[in-house]
Design a protein around this ligand. Sequence first.
Ligand code: NAP
Length: 287
Amino acid sequence: MEVNGKTRTLGLFGNPVAHTYSPFIQNLLAQYMEINSVYMPFKVDEGKLSDAVNGAKAMNFLGNNVTVPYKVDVINYMDVLDENAEMIGAVNTIKYTNGLTYGYNTDGEGLIMSCKKSGIAFKDKTVCILGAGGAAKAVAVACAKVQVKKIYIINRTIEKAKVIAEIIKKYFNTEVIVADYNQLEALKPIDICFQTTSIGMHPNVEACPITDNSFFENMEWAVDIIYNPCETRFLKQAKEMGISTLNGLGMLYFQAVKAFEIWNDTLVPEEIVDIIYQKFYNHVYET
Ligand code: NAP
């Protein structure tokens, strides 16, 4: 679609932004959905986040995504938060409406949409989350929302795991237990394990938070939210134990689809979702 006087602007606020895939996904979604918008990367320097948000609002942007390192700070500039952003304490999607800034967090929903697409069922399952950073918070809240039975949160820094456990206890009835990596054997049986640490991410592709493969015994699914490399050491080890695996590309993709739907107040038909996912997959892994 040509850029003209009616084109709405969207973009990513972060630093760095050079390697983002968001423009690829968002501009394809707009093209297939025949929406007159354009999505650009915006590198926001330290201390300039408020200028960025106010500038976008002043220039009639439709919305923004927000990534590292601004997902938490940006809350300060939101007038209204959705339920997920409120619980997680972080915003990855902004919509500007009638002079107000609305903050959303679509990361957890993106993960669940990706998992469901792969056939993962959540109700009454026992899940284990490795890591307790920003992404783990979104994963834990998303798991509680889809009514898993029990959530284990494992982290090197136990205090951070406890903070997430308190969030879950505050908003849900889900059983939540905090543990460290020495206690993994005692947690079995686990149905689904989410690897949310940065361990194993490119270029440290041989690293893995799990040293003993017996951890995977009787598990149904091992999910790594990392997507580079395509198959982390964690996923390789799970596969060796006969466990079904899923990487983080779908999470990245579906959080973007969800953001698109929020900005445009629409639902993307499944057929278009699937076509663009295939293009995205090829763009990331086959070029
Ligand atoms: P973060 O807030 O910095 O958290 C990092 C986590 O990794 C913490 O739990 C940290 O433990 C743990 N960790 C790092 N190095 C470790 C080590 N050597 N030993 C043990 N634990 C270690 O990062 P984040 O934003 O949550 O992101 C985590 C990963 O998820 C990144 O790889 C990111 O690219 C990926 N991610 C993917 C998506 C997606 O859409 N697919 C979305 C968000 C994030 P401590 O607390 O003990 O430091």
